[in-house]
Design a protein. Structure first.
Length: 310
């Protein structure tokens, strides 16, 4: 039977890439969001306009779907600490209401996108495995981890087949800079525009980056997975890159130097976060097909075309 997938956040950067990939696999796909994003979706992908916080709209969208991919979160790591109660109200509570609606609507499988960059916090060993301790240092990671626990609870209590994706830092075409998130997109556009790039701390903080099409390919495999593992790290599969490494890769691709502005480190930034993808390789036969330098080239090429439009 062909899976019928509802992608919550399907108009966004990650969601639109997942929608296109699943549709190309022959799956029936509906994208749900408050508004269509900048990335055009093929006509065979249905669009359902609604607010994730509106449980009636979400429940209506769920009808006739057997698989849900949950990508929605109301805040960013850089904004969640400013109003922690709002983060719970607008992200955690609607996610629990979603799980209730999934059970009532007969949904068979839910894939929840958590945050590999924030739920672990500061760690003693790199790369980070799925069974590493979780000790987030900011409200964003705490709320993501809360939702993870509810997802697991609903599987235990109601048999809702559930998977958690702890995603590294995705990058690629159709990502635009927002809320100082997405270093590749943010720095790439600034450097191409001859504007300053802000570096927090000394630039040595190391992060894990994964090309967005590789993320979509992972989801296409997870849709049909029937193994026992429930939580997967999804990252670049290497040693990660420091902030200065990323800027240098962009400089190399563009053939121009960045103008850097230094600022103090932020409290929610951990020194190093690189994910082990050994479980995804073993269980799903997945690893990224796109190298970091190639992904940088593809992303910057897309940016040049996108921002040159009238």
């Amino acid at each position: 039977m062909v899976a019928k997938c509802l992608v919550l956040g399907g108009g966004g950067f990650i969601g639109s890439n997942i929608c296109r990939r699943l549709s190309a696999e022959g799956l029936s796909v509906t994208a749900f969001g408050r508004r269509k994003g900048i990335a055009p979706l093929p006509r065979e992908i249905a669009w359902f306009e609604g607010d994730f916080r509106d449980n009636l709209a979400v429940t209506k969208a769920l009808q006739s779907h057997d698989t849900v991919i949950h990508l929605v979160h109301s805040t960013w790591p850089s904004t969640a600490d400013a109003d922690m109660a709002a983060d719970i109200r607008d992200s955690v509570i609607p996610s629990v209401e979603l799980l209730d609606a999934c059970v009532r609507s007969g949904v068979k499988r839910i894939i929840y996108f958590s945050s590999g960059g924030t739920v672990y916090g500061e760690v003693d060993e790199i790369p980070i495995r799925e069974d590493s301790p979780t000790n987030p240092v900011g409200a964003y990671g705490v709320s993501k981890l809360m939702i993870e626990h509810y997802v697991r609870l609903y599987e235990r209590k109601y048999g809702l087949n559930s998977f958690i994706v702890r995603l590294a830092n995705p990058f690629g075409p159709w990502q635009v800079e927002a809320h100082n998130q997405g270093l590749v997109a943010f720095a790439g556009h600034l450097i191409q525009s001859d504007r300053q790039v802000t570096v927090y701390g000394d630039g040595s903080a190391r992060r894990d980056y994964v090309y967005v099409e590789d993320v979509a390919n992972f989801v296409a495999r997870l849709i049909n997975y029937n193994g026992a593992k429930r939580t997967f790290n999804v990252g670049g599969g290497g040693n990660g890159q420091s902030i200065l490494d990323v800027i240098h890769a962009i400089e190399t691709s563009l053939g121009k130097r960045a103008m850097i502005k230094r600022e103090p480190s932020r409290p929610f930034d951990v020194p190093s976060n690189v994910l082990s993808i050994e479980r995804a390789e073993k269980e799903l036969g997945w690893r990224p097909a796109t190298s970091f330098p190639d992904g940088i080239d593809y992303t910057l090429s897309w940016q040049r075309e996108f921002y040159a439009r009238p």
